[in-house]
Design a binder for this molecule. Sequence first.
Ligand code: SF4
Length: 386
Amino acid sequence: MDSPPCIDTVVLQPTPFCNIACRYCYLPSRSDTSTMSLDTVRAVFAAVFASGWSHPWLTVIWHAGEPLVMPVAYYEEAFSLIASLCPPGIEVRHAIQTNGMLIDAAWCALFRRWEVGVGVSIDGPREIHDANRVTRQGRGTYDKTVAGIRCLIDKGIPFHVISVLSAQGLQAPDEMLAFYREVGITDVCFNVEESEGDHVSELFSEGNAEARFRAFLSTFWRKSRESAGIRFLREIDGMLTRILRPDEAAGENSQVQPFGMINVDCHGNVSSFSPELLGLKNADYGDFIVGNIHTDSLQAMRQSDAMRAMHRDIAAGVAACKAECAYFAVCGGGSPINKLTENGSFATTRTSFCDLVQKVPTDLILEALDRLETVLDDDMLVRSAS
Ligand code: SF4
C-alpha cells in the first residue's frame, strides 16, 4: 500500500431500505429504515477532499436499498453541501441507481438541475420483469417502473437501464429488444443474475450460463444494430474502450485498489473494494469495515487491520490473474465480491464474472474485428487486382 490512493468513486448508502423485495436481491438489510444524516455526508466529503486523494472527476453513486425513498429535498441539500465543500479542480458527478417506481416531475427537475446520471433497473417486458421484481406482497412492479421511465423520457432526462438476465430473459433477446424499442429505452446494460452475498443464482446450477449468455448477447447485439433504437449497449460499447486503447494506457480497476472506491453506509461505516461488501458479514475481515467516518481518519482506515488483510488477499488474487489469464488486460483482476462469494477467497482468480462480464463480450468483439479484417483484406486484394 505504498502509492497513495486515487479515489474515483464514492458509493453512499443513503438508506438500506428498499420499497420492494426482488427475488434475487442479496442485500441483508433491505427492511432497515435507517437513513444517512447530512452530518455524515459532510464528514465523508470533508475527509475525501482534505485527503488530497480525490480523482479530478469524482463520481458519487447513491446506491443500496432504494435511494428514491429519501425525499427530493434530502438530495438537494446533500448535493449543495458537497458542492460547497468541493475544492477547485475537482468535478463531482452524481449518479443514482433506482427501481424507477417513485420517479415523478419533482425527481426529474432534481436530475436536470444537478445533471445526475440516472440508471433504472428494469428486467424487460412485463412477464420477465414481474417474475422477480416484486413488492413485499409479491405483486409485480412493472407498471410503476415503466411509468417512471416514461416520466424521464417526457422530461428529456437522459438515463440508462440495467436489466438483470435470469433464465427467462436469456432466452428472449428478441422480446427484450422489442420491449426497449417500444418503451423508448436507448441505453442498455445487462447483468446476468449472479450468486452474491446469500443469494445463489439458479442459472449456474442449471449450467451452461456462459454459452447461453453468449448466444443472447450475440443475437441482441446483431439485431440491435440492424435498425435504429439502441444507442449504447454497455457490454459491447463499454468493453470496446477497454480493448481499443493504446498499449501504454493501463486497464483500470478501482475495485482492487485500497480506496479506489470508498463505500459508506448510512451510519458512516466505511469500506472499500467492491461496494457489495458493505453490509455483509465476515469475521476474517472485520465485516469489511475499515473504520467510521465520524471517528477515524481516512489515513488511519487505510492502515487498519481490515484494510491490510483485504488488500493482501485481493492483491494476491490480482497477481494470480495477471500470471494466468488472457483477459487480464481488459479486466484488471476482476471483482473481489465475486471471488469471495464463488471461490471462498479473494486470493483466487476465475469466477462466473470472468466468463460473463469479461470473456463473452471480449470474444464477440474480437471475432467481429477478425471478420472486419478479412473483409478489408479481400477488398484490398480486389482493388490491387483491378
Ligand atoms: S477475467 Fe477473471 S481470471 Fe481473468 S483477470 Fe479477470 S478476474 Fe482474473
